[in-house]
Design a protein around this ligand. Structure first.
Ligand code: ADE
Length: 226
């Protein structure tokens, strides 16, 4: 997969991709992440890419021309499965959405800033608008990083143990069961006996029961969606 990220803060964005699993995914050649600094597409001597909104409200808007130039340059080089825009009024991000996006060959992610982008960019270029929650961030970079992280980690080969991504919370519409590691007892706090039993069928059954109980208790809305 190739991921093109359009941002005003490429250094801040790069940080997320330079550690751990996301770094390994790139080293293995499974993902190529390319940052594009929108300042490079500025039409002014000062490198600005924003302007005052028509109609005179507060704040600044990312201007149509530098964004269109950047997007069109990339589109002339390859075709994109989706051109994503991160915005609080977008569709709510979810595991099924991450699963679908993980099948793409080429994704573009435009990280919004200030009051957002000139609406004409959304109308004419953006194919998918995504929000990561009902709150407003200072910019779309964190949202873009969240989306890329969730998408990249489920591409086959990225996580060593294939099964582990499939076992995640939400993959089966349930939250994950509790996990334990050694020692079997700490300050009298014991690991459930079943996990030490070596009986895989029983362990699987216990995990499923725990998942269902936890989902009912913590995230009952997930059960309603089934
Ligand atoms: N930009 C600002 N807030 C956001 C949010 N909640 N989701 C996605 N992009 C955003």
């Amino acid at each position: 997969m190739r991921l093109d990220i359009l941002t005003l803060f490429p250094n801040m964005m790069s940080m997320f991709f330079e550690e751990s699993i996301l770094k390994r995914a790139q080293k293995k050649g499974i993902v190529e992440v390319v940052m594009h600094d929108l300042h490079d597409y500025s039409l002014t001597r000062y490198g600005s890419v924003d302007d005052y909104p028509y109609g005179g409200s507060a704040g600044m808007v990312m201007a149509v021309e530098p964004l269109a130039n950047c997007i069109e340059k990339l589109q002339s080089e390859r075709s994109y499965d989706e051109i994503i825009y991160t915005a609080p009024d977008g569709e709510m991000f979810s595991q099924p959405m991450a699963n679908t996006l993980s099948l793409a060959q080429n994704l573009m992610v435009l990280c919004g800033h200030y009051k957002g982008v000139d609406e004409r960019i959304r109308e004419h270029f953006i194919t998918k608008e995504i929000s990561i929650g009902d709150y407003v961030l200072t910019g779309g970079e964190l949202a873009g990083a969240v989306i890329c992280d969730a998408v990249i980690r489920i591409i086959p080969g990225v996580i060593g143990d294939e099964q582990s991504a499939l076992d995640d919370s939400f993959q089966n519409g349930l939250v994950a069961p509790p996990e334990y590691t050694r020692p079997p007892e700490f300050r009298g706090w014991k690991v459930p006996d079943v996990l030490l039993s070596g009986n895989h069928a029983k362990i699987e059954q216990w995990r499923m029961e725990q998942s269902i109980a936890r989902t009912k208790e913590r995230r009952p809305n997930l059960l309603k969606n089934q």
